[in-house]
Design a protein around this ligand. Sequence first.
Ligand code: LLP
Length: 416
Amino acid sequence: MENPLSYRDNVLHIEEVALDTVARRAGTPCYIYSANAILCRFRAYDKAFGDQAHKVCYSVKANGSLSLLALLATAGSGFDIVSGGELFRVLRAGGDRSSVVFSGVGKTAEEIEYALEREIHSFHCESESELFLIDALAARLGKRARVAVRINPDVDTATHPYISTGLRQHKFGIDIAGVEGVYERARAHRNLDLEGVSCHIGSQLLSSEPLLEALDHLLALVERLRAKGFPIRYLDLGGGLGVPYKPGEQAPSISDYIARMCSRVGGRGLTLMVEPGRSLVAEAGILLCRVLYRKRNGDKEFVIVDAAMNDLLRPSLYAAHHEILPVRRDDRRGTIQADVVGPVCETGDFLARDRQMANVLPGDLVAIAMAGAYGFVLSSNYNARPRAAEVLVAGKGWRIVRQRESYEDLVRGEVV
Ligand code: LLP
């Protein structure tokens, strides 16, 4: 399923479900995800590996909703987590703890203990002090910890500077130039099994070249580490594959990317792992909202909707582009050029700027496309706005998988 969205009789549908039907029962703003679009992308990854030993570990940070995690767990996905909270979510959703990898530069002792007790697959370590801490905590709990060092391969990626991670100047990973020494020194840690190498060089990459370049660096490193006696069994290349947010943009195909990856690795006795987030869920989701008002200030036209930067932060934070689609298409109305903004009291609160779009009017529904990744997870209660509801669609069926927050939810845990 390339795109779960389509117009039928001029009404926008996700899979077989008309979006106005969902709005009537679930209200707006509301995130809506297509289960089949997610499964289709997961299977594209999984199948492309063919006979190559592999594990696809969905990156929970992209969208941690329990219903999505459960869907992917049932399909056989592993999980890439960056916090104890994400591990809790994966376990609550029925995910397999033995296929969880734990990334992140700032794991706390409590989080490491929690993950050791649950016997996850491995820790991806980003500093020598972290290796030291994991070893000490494993000793105390009588556990062994499988670890991979997260390598910073110093590969440049043409993506937004906030989501590029693979250069020496970034906080992530350990510089490839000195990493063999790190493995050598870690031999002294008796409770660690140094069996992997990992990296993640950035996100929203519209070419697979930098990823394959990083892979080549890691494969050469694996040879050097094996020659030193380290039993390196797996290589995790992280996530990063982009999606075409803008019309005309081209993203690499999942199966081509994986096929190219496998052809470079074949026959080395390595298990390959990837940690896709965005490329599994972005295109599967929309943020449905309703137009509240139209107004004009000088030359500028504004469409004010009931979703805001607290619901979808990507436009404000990364100047990200999301297509805005009317739920009811009416070509007679023509188009406008407008800023689509929300109710939050910030000039930076916008969902689109100077956008040529359908001439929508107060009361109309609009869908903000490709909002399945880094949408709900980045939402907040800023301006005391309850967080949106979430809906999962499969074929003709749909259900609310997260209730809209209430005012009571806003004050839970607070005292006067
Ligand atoms: N693995 C690690 C270690 C990561 O740090 C990330 C993303 C992923 C996997 C998944 O990458 P993906 O396949 O989704 O590109 N909030 C930003 C994206 C931040 C990405 C952070 N790390 C955005 O909305 O564009």
